[in-house]
Each structure stands twice: as C-alpha cells, then as structure tokens.
Design a protein. Structure first.
Length: 185
C-alpha cells in the first residue's frame, strides 16, 4: 500500500511541475490549464508521499529485557508420575512470565495437554494457560507462553494433570518444570 501511495504522490508532483499531460507509472493525468490546479496537484502529491513514507519509518526498538529462569527442576534422571511435593518458587519483584514447561513423560505415552497456572500463596491464581499439542513430543513436553505479569510472592505451579506430571529425586520430589520470565519494572 505504501508503495502505491509513494508512486502516486511522485506522479502527482511530476505532473504539477510539467503542467499535466503526464502518463507514468500506469497513471494518466490530462494537461492542466490552471496554476491553481497545478498547485493543488503538487500538494496532493506531497500528502501522498508523506502518507506512504509514514508506514516505512520503523518504530524505535524497545530494549529487550534479559529473560531469566525463575524456576527449574529439569534434569536427566529417570522420572515417575504424580509428584509428592508442590513445585514452588519465590520472587522478590514482579516479572512477566514468558515460558512455562512441564514434563509429562508418563511411561513414554505423554498425556493430552490441559493447562498450567500459577497459584500465589494468598490463593490468587494466575492463568491457567492452555497447552496445545499435535504430536507425541508435545504431549510429553507441555509448553505455554503466557506473557503474563505476576507480582512478587511465592507461587505454586498448578498442572491440570498432576497424576501424570513427571518428578524424580533430582527434582526434589517436585514436578519437572521450567519457568522463564523477564523483570516487569
């Protein structure tokens, strides 16, 4: 669209300069008999060029905050289902949660995905966020990308399939998970 506006604007300015009678870029403008019409055509050309160029000015890039792991119990040890301990973590400041991964090996079967949420110690739940899967790998590796702001506090990961959520001794009896985020403030 901006290319069309730029081309049309340029054609209008050229036609105004030469007094019309221009056939260029697939546009035909008849000869102009009045200086007033030439001036209006030039103004129209300037407006079209400005409108076409406006869409091509890139936005000033936002500085990307460094994404960090807020929580991780990921490891390569043999896993079992139904973690006996809650997967909890504490943050001292607000964060935007960008990525949550829960591991559901379930004897190599995976599990039809549900959702993952975060429950703060006062009971307030953030999410839950839906997990989708179209193959076995995605049924084992549940991923959601909430991009949600959570304030400082202690959180428990809430998995909609805790009976099939993987855990082991290296995870401290907690569900095998990763949470990534970047500072909110």
């Amino acid at each position: 669209m901006s290319t069309t506006l730029l081309t049309t604007g340029l054609a209008c300015i050229i036609a105004a300069i030469v007094g019309g009678g221009l056939k260029a870029f697939g546009i035909e403008l008849p000869t102009l008999q009045s200086a007033k019409r030439q001036g209006l055509l030039a103004i129209l050309g300037i407006i079209l060029i400005a409108a076409g160029g406006y869409g091509q000015i890139p936005d000033k890039p936002k500085p990307k905050e460094a994404e960090i792991e807020l929580f991780s119990t990921k490891n390569d040890a043999v896993v079992y289902n139904n973690p006996p301990k809650p997967a909890q973590f504490t943050i001292q400041e607000a964060y935007y949660v960008t990525y949550i991964w829960d591991y559901h090996f379930n004897n190599g079967q995976g599990v039809t995905p549900g959702n993952i949420g975060l429950r703060r110690s006062d009971g307030k739940v953030f999410g839950p966020w839906e997990v989708t899967a179209s193959n076995l790998d995605e049924k084992i590796n549940w991923i959601c990308q909430p991009n949600a702001r959570i304030p400082a506090g202690t959180y428990t990961i809430v998995d909609s399939e805790p009976e099939r959520w993987s855990w082991n001794e290296k995870s401290g009896g907690r569900g095998v998970s990763i949470i990534k985020a970047y500072p909110a403030d």
